[in-house]
Design a protein around this ligand. Structure first.
Ligand code: ATP
Length: 205
């Protein structure tokens, strides 16, 4: 049994590649979905966030205003650290539960879709394979502008706030180049799937 870490840049095509892998029957866990779940009112992290950041970060519905919280941590690194110290252990616990669930169901490997995979040495250590979904910078910019309705300056600011995609490519075991059309990406995903399946055979031998 092993873990595969999948990452990329903003709008580089992670969701597109994940959907193809799921069609092929792969088990995939989305770290962003878990990060949103653990700050819901019925989770322990919720109470601690409200206690630390005050009720002013709540929406009228009682849910956490993620945008307001995002603005606070963007400008105050010590607040970001505080938020991470509350949410990260909860995210890790929930991820571990989901990983175990898939292994109990008989999956031999689980793919973890983690946008900030390479930003955490600890996380990277647990991965048998790492995959980066790459996209040519110009294509990435235009897809991001189109998908999010952003100006070029806004889109560039979001791209530049991340670890450069080229640096992630250098750290990866496998690269899917999603600069082309859907068919070109699908071919590469099929090849990756075969490689992952074959690496199971080595485990059995
Ligand atoms: P984020 O992490 O920012 O949510 P992502 O890495 O998951 O993004 P996607 O949402 O898969 O990226 O793709 C970004 C945008 O580009 C989407 O609008 C998607 O429909 C489009 N897109 C992805 N791959 C292709 C492709 N090969 N050809 C054309 N459009 C594409």
């Amino acid at each position: 049994m092993f873990l595969v870490g999948l990452t990329g840049g903003i709008a580089s095509g992670k969701s597109t590649v994940v959907a193809l892998l799921q069609e092929l029957g792969c088990a995939v866990i989305d770290a962003d979905v878990i990060a949103r779940q653990v700050v819901q009112p019925y989770f322990q992290a919720y109470r601690r966030i409200v206690h630390s950041f005050g009720p002013e970060i709540l929406l009228e519905s009682g849910e956490i205003n993620r945008e307001a919280l995002g603005n606070i941590i963007f400008s105050q690194p010590e607040k970001r650290q505080l938020l991470n110290s509350i949410t990260h252990p909860e995210i890790q616990k929930k991820m571990l539960k989901e990983i175990l669930k898939y292994f109990v169901l008989g999956y031999r490997y689980v793919i973890l879709d983690i946008p900030l995979l390479f930003e955490s040495k600890m996380l990277t250590r647990f991965m048998k394979h790492t995959v980066v979904v790459y996209c040519d910078p110009q294509v990435q910019l235009s897809r991001l502008m189109q998908r999010n309705g952003l100006t070029q300056t806004e889109a560039e600011a979001r791209i530049f706030a991340q670890m450069p995609l080229a640096q992630k490519v250098n750290l990866a075991d496998h690269v899917i180049d999603n600069s082309g059309d859907a068919e070109a990406t699908k071919k590469q995903v099929l090849k990756l799937h075969t490689e992952l399946e074959n690496s199971l055979e080595y485990l059995v031998v």
